[in-house]
Design a protein around this ligand. Structure first.
Ligand SMILES: C[S@@+](CC[C@H](N)C(=O)[O-])C[C@H]1O[C@@H](n2cnc3c(N)ncnc32)[C@H](O)[C@@H]1O
Length: 254
């Protein structure tokens, strides 16, 4: 039995965020942290939290969540979603740039910081990670999700774009030139080094969407529960973890 299996079988305060191949592994890791702090209303910061896919369930579980995001549209959707879920008073929307995070959040105030699918688009990921660390209280945890480099190479190649796959594979930061939607991608060592250089201790690394993006839609849509189970089973295993579309790092400020 893996640690993720054990966590899923533990009843927690986090009732019912939908488990999809995009979210199941991340929620498993977060649920373990919430269980560790059970009974405490945590102060959560979600950088680039968008429309609140994580923020709203965390607020529903009783935690106070501040979402910093560059997009006014995303924040408007977040605010509506929080109101519909009855947790508007526990969700604060702040428009701002992750690159200027240091000026937006109180130092040492957060128990948990989320930074999901953001470091691959900001100007200066090291500055954003440094600001995340500064926002955390000692002992606080960071949940960081980044785009995986190997999966991008595989995906381009399997779609027949061998030239783009070759550029991506050779590029020092794992981007495919000016038309790429992302500015960089990571492997596990590179992402762990980024967090470690800012003073975080990386506790766990999982692959997210090892298979989901590679399967025919009929398989993924036809067997969703089996796919979630398989994703969870493969998430921490070599070589699957390192082929995932995204890498999830769970780290702590000492
Ligand atoms: C791919 S979405 C991820 C949303 C959410 N974190 C998730 O995982 O579902 C990226 C989010 O980051 C926001 N974003 C992009 N660049 C940003 C920046 N420089 N500072 C703050 N937010 C940014 C976007 O507006 C968007 O909401």
């Amino acid at each position: 039995m893996t640690r993720l299996d054990q966590v899923e079988q533990t009843p927690g305060r986090l009732a019912g965020p939908p488990l999809t191949p995009r979210t199941a592994v991340i929620w498993s890791v977060l649920r373990a942290e919430l269980e560790r702090r059970a009974g405490t209303a945590l102060t959560v910061l979600d950088v680039g939290g968008g429309t609140g896919g994580f923020a709203v369930p965390l607020a529903q579980a009783g935690h106070r969540v501040t979402v910093v995001d560059a997009s006014p549209d995303a924040l408007a959707a977040l605010t509506r979603r929080a109101a519909e879920a009855g947790v508007a008073e526990r969700v604060r929307a702040v428009q701002g740039d992750g690159d200027a995070l240091a000026g937006l959040v109180e130092p040492g105030s957060a128990d948990l910081v989320l930074c999901h699918a953001v470091l691959e688009v900001v100007d200066d990921p090291a500055a954003v990670v440094a600001a995340l660390v500064a926002a955390l209280r000692p002992g606080g945890a960071a949940s960081v999700l980044v785009a995986g480099r190997s999966a991008a190479v595989l995906g381009r190649a399997m779609n027949g774009h061998l030239d783009v796959a070759a550029v991506l594979a050779a590029d020092p930061v794992g981007a495919a030139g000016a038309r790429d939607t992302l500015r960089r991608r990571y492997d596990a060592d590179g992402a762990a080094a980024l967090l470690g250089a800012a003073g975080l201790v990386v506790e766990e690394i999982h692959g997210v969407r090892v298979l989901a993006d590679l399967l025919p839609a009929a398989v993924a849509d036809g067997q969703p529960a089996a796919l979630v189970e398989l994703e969870r089973a493969l998430a921490a295993q070599a070589p699957w973890r390192d082929l995932a579309a995204q890498l999830h790092l769970f780290a702590r400020r000492p």
